[in-house]
Design a protein around this ligand. Structure first.
Ligand code: SER
Length: 622
């Protein structure tokens, strides 16, 4: 079954069930402040899940183009892509679990012809701490569904420890079976909707060798394990909760948010071992084979990187809000995608210096009817690709030669990495990739220090990308912002490192800061915190800014903030004294003052409960 047929059947299926098919939105979010790209079909529907009336009614379906930058490093495992299409259906306070799960089963078993025997499902285990119960309702519905198809479906728990246990229905915790834009319940900011979900997995079968070849083959295999035997093909989220200050509350309506990746569904329906062998990729793969003389099966990783990255670039550059390669925000991603593709092309033996558009043409051919914008904007896309190519091709070879000179060095120092970036245009992630392939590491921290020296630091960062809790950019609010970092650091000194930020709101008159702590603060404790903050202010500490990859930031011991979805590159602000001693280190979008002495005198005006286990401080600078 061709992917176009799957897409059509999916939409027809829901049309027959009174859904209105809505058009996909642009890949570039209009004004969402935390994500650079639309990453799911529900993204533009949040207000309607919360109760606002959708002009098209309560039942919607569509096919949405999505880009997940987080998955860039996963590309190469046959199933992950950065760009993908999500088939989605929604109930906005209309039908709920029973209809949804039955329809999903009808869709996959009857309409798309998947063998129920190879389908396994997961459900939410429940979490007493947040007062949300185990999803036994979904279990009962699934049991009936399988029974009607002649299968006894056993529900089992703790598969992550005990393995399959001959089960077909598996309970998992928050991390696996709860969905919100911010992830698990504890990561959700107040006001965010979410709920338990039930996922569908397809058993690719041991016979394909996924399990046997896997580094995880000796661990208990279960549907969410990493051995590759099972692949997730759809997720029904039951969005009926919203996070409030005091914990989870039911929304006024019960919603369904279903999403399934078309590429993966096509892979199963077309009985392929990789999404790159489906008709959504095959012509692209063939073209790369022609251009390089190499074979996909012998070079799966490089082929998948090239195919995925060029496809994603076509969609981002060719979007209604088209983005060109640059050093900033979304543009930096396009640059990274394109340069990485060029480099892997070279590795495969592509001779031409201008070949991306040959591959891009195949992408346009595949999608021109469904996403006409890629056809309409194709000349622009090709031109932009050619420009980027002509800049990078010139330096790539010399840069690689330069890189090879570093052979034998275990850690590539930041200065050399900065040199490769500045002279040859190697994005640092590319340098890291080259290093990894040769068993080397890169001193990324030093790289950024170096880059900062050269005042060459901009990339995917702007105040708008981060939620800093700032009301405006006035001088006073900037001061309060830096003060919250000092406050968190003082709180952790007094109460230990278990204290984390739970919220922050700043105006030009005061700061308000929520943090995890059970008991009311005593007068003494309040005084201690105040004194610590004032001491730091008086020490006239420096505020230092560095940009780095998210993982590096986390590894370097930053205090990560509540419920925040960080981009893969982040700014880290640390507050240090003249000797480099660190008083605070946080991921943050800024802005901040340069030196703490400008802050004045810190004074806590109020301390109260905010919600269970969360205290709130209001404080001013005098
Ligand atoms: N929003 C859910 C997901 O992205 C289901 O569509 O998995």
């Amino acid at each position: 079954m061709k992917s176009a047929e799957i897409r059509k059947r999916f939409l027809e299926f829901y049309k027959k069930r009174k859904h209105v098919v809505i058009p996909p939105v642009s890949l570039i979010p209009e004004k969402d402040s935390t994500l650079l790209f639309v990453n799911s079909g529900m993204f533009p529907l949040v207000p309607y899940l919360m109760g606002e009336k959708h002009p098209e009614g309560k039942r919607l379906a569509n096919s949405q183009k999505c880009f997940r930058s987080d998955d860039i490093e996963e590309v190469g495992d046959k199933r992950h892509t950065t760009f993908f299409e999500m088939l989605g259906n929604w109930s906005l306070g209309d039908y709920f679990k029973k209809e949804q799960l039955r329809w999903v089963a009808e869709l996959f078993f009857d309409e798309l012809g998947l063998d129920p025997e190879r389908i396994y499902v997961s459900v939410y285990r429940g979490n007493k701490e947040i007062g949300i119960e185990r999803d036994t309702e979904s279990v009962e519905i699934w049991k009936d569904i399988f029974q009607e198809r002649g299968l006894e479906a056993k529900d089992v728990d703790f598969a992550e420890k005990k393995g399959m246990q001959e089960g077909r229905i598996f309970y998992y915790e928050d991390k696996e079976n709860w969905w919100s834009r911010a992830g698990a319940p504890e990561d959700m900011p107040v006001g965010e909707p979410g709920g338990p979900d039930s996922e569908l997995f397809y058993d690719l079968g041991k016979s394909l060798g996924y399990h046997e070849e896997s580094p995880w083959k000796d661990q208990p295999c279960h549907i969410n394990c990493d051995c590759g035997r099972f692949i997730e093909i759809g997720n029904s989220v039951f969005i009926e909760f919203v996070k409030r200050e005091k914990g989870f509350e039911k929304l006024l309506q019960q919603n369904v948010d279903f999403g399934g990746g078309l590429e993966r569904i096509a892979m199963i329906a077309q009985e392929k071992k990789s999404v790159f062998e489906t008709d959504l990729f095959l012509p692209i793969i063939k073209k790369i084979e022609n251009l390089s003389g190499a074979k996909y099966q012998e070079n799966t990783k490089s082929f998948e990187i090239i195919a995925d990255h060029i496809k994603a670039s076509v969609f981002i550059i060719g979007d209604e809000r088209g983005i060109s390669p640059s050093n900033k925000q979304q543009g930096y991603f396009v640059r990274r995608l394109i340069r990485r593709a060029i480099r892997h092309g070279k590795q495969l033996g592509v001779k031409s210096d201008s070949w991306l558009q040959d591959v891009a043409r195949e992408v346009v051919e595949i999608y021109k009817d469904v996403y006409p914008e890629v056809k309409k904007n194709s000349d622009f896309v090709f031109k932009e690709m050619e420009k980027e190519e002509s800049v990078f091709q010139k330096t790539l070879e010399r840069g690689i030669k330069e890189f090879e000179k570093l052979k034998g060095e275990k850690i590539i120092d930041g200065k050399k990495a900065a040199f490769l970036y500045q002279t040859y245009g190697f994005p640092v992630e590319l340098i890291e990739e080259l290093a990894r392939e040769r068993g080397q590491n890169v001193d990324v921290k030093e790289f950024y220090r170096e880059m900062e020296k050269h005042k060459n630091l901009s990339r995917e960062l702007s105040a708008g990308v981060f939620k800093s809790g700032l009301a405006d950019g006035e001088e006073k609010t900037v001061k309060y912002h830096t003060t919250t970092h000092l406050l968190l650091s003082a709180l952790r000194k007094v109460f230990g490192d278990s204290v984390v930020q739970k919220g922050s709101n700043i105006t030009s008159e005061r700061l308000r800061f929520d943090f995890s702590h059970k008991e009311k603060l005593t007068e003494e404790e309040i005084k201690k915190v105040e004194d610590l903050v004032n001491e730091m202010i008086e020490k006239d500490l420096f505020v230092k800014k560095e940009e780095m990859g998210l993982q590096d930031a986390l590894d370097s011991g930053v205090v990560a903030s509540f419920g925040e979805k960080y981009p893969s590159r982040v700014l880290v602000y640390s507050i240090v004294d003249d000797n480099g001693k660190e008083f605070s280190r946080e991921i943050c979008g800024g802005p901040h003052v340069e030196k703490t002495s400008v802050l004045g005198k810190f004074s806590i005006k109020k301390e109260e409960a905010s919600s269970a286990g969360v205290r709130r401080i209001k404080a001013i600078l005098e």
